[in-house]
Design a protein around this ligand. Structure first.
Ligand SMILES: C[S@@+](CC[C@H](N)C(=O)[O-])C[C@H]1O[C@@H](n2cnc3c(N)ncnc32)[C@H](O)[C@@H]1O
Length: 280
């Protein structure tokens, strides 16, 4: 492993705003952010109070909790943290060297409502209690274009069922992607499972969309992968939907049949994406 990565890994171990595979966190995020606000020394996770209702033990209201999944450098956690001081933001990613970037910026700028968890998305229900999360942002995830990898797409019902374990009923999911295939796949999932679609555009930054009432100022935040235009689509796609229905397992087979008919139009695949990652 490179020297730079080792330095970043060592740095995040000392950061108060980064938790690596933390134990016993479900229900404690509101207390964690309160401790982060006050503390300059080690936060003891065992001693944090679990908030079972809308108030903290000291009477303060629990702030909404927004999760950025596969956050990379955490541009959304940090950007939203700046925009909304009355909400808390957690970026989650496997890679400590990427998290280091966002966590360092949050520390430098004193953003006490921004934190990071280094872990796998598949383990997310171990870190958040039922109904603890208000919204989820997913930006530029690997589209996993090969049909055999469809279950790895972060908007596959397999993942959505996972998110339902901690997202509030009617909680919102936002997806930004440059992949027309992932966009189409996600729209198909929403339609098949009867989820409520709030917004879908295949050209987020078109003048028409930006001037419409559907434009959400949060979408203006740009991430590292957004700038790479890996799918060569030159268009940013955006979907916002509610995870407001049961997702019957029986429909997964139907989904498989539908997507088998999609034409793969993108010129890249995971290998190309990994190639760009290697260049970072
Ligand atoms: C293509 S990058 C996008 C990063 C960021 N959202 C952006 O737009 O710049 C995908 C990110 O997903 C993370 N990732 C992939 N699989 C993951 C998993 N199973 N659990 C946690 N993070 C994962 C990778 O480490 C990587 O940072």
């Amino acid at each position: 492993m490179g020297q730079k990565k080792l330095i970043k890994f060592a740095a995040i171990k000392e950061y108060q705003n980064v938790l690596e595979y933390p134990q016993d966190m479900p229900g404690k995020w509101a207390s964690f952010f309160q401790a982060l606000e006050k503390s300059s020394t080690n936060i003891s996770l065992e001693n944090l109070a679990i908030t079972a209702n809308s108030k903290l033990p000291n009477g303060h209201l629990v702030q909404p909790l927004v999760l950025e999944l596969a956050c990379g450098r955490g541009e959304y956690a940090v950007g939203l943290g700046r925009m909304f001081s009355d909400q808390n933001f957690v970026g989650l990613d496997l890679k400590g060297n990427r998290i280091w970037k966002g966590a360092s910026i949050a520390n430098r700028d004193g953003l006490k409502n921004v934190g990071f968890v280094r872990t796998q998305i598949e383990l997310a229900p171990n870190y958040f209690a039922k109904d603890e999360v208000d919204e989820i942002w997913i930006t530029f995830p690997d589209p996993q274009l090969r049909l055999s990898k469809a279950k790895k797409r972060l908007t596959h019902p397999k993942f959505l069922r996972l998110f339902q374990q901690f997202l509030k009923p009617n909680g919102l999911v936002h997806l930004k992607t440059d992949s027309p295939n992932l966009f189409l796949f996600t729209k198909t999932v929403i339609e098949l499972f009867g989820l409520t679609l709030i917004t879908a555009t295949d050209n987020l930054y078109s003048t028409e969309f930006m001037q419409s009432e559907k434009w959400d100022a949060r979408c203006a935040i740009k991430t590292y992968y957004e700038g790479l235009n890996i799918a060569s689509s030159n268009c940013i796609h955006y979907i916002q939907f509610k995870l407001d229905k049961e997702l019957p397992l029986e429909l997964d087979e139907k989904l498989k049949e539908i997507i088998a008919e999609f034409e793969i139009t993108e010129t890249h695949d995971s290998l190309a994406r990994n190639g760009k990652q290697a260049m970072e």
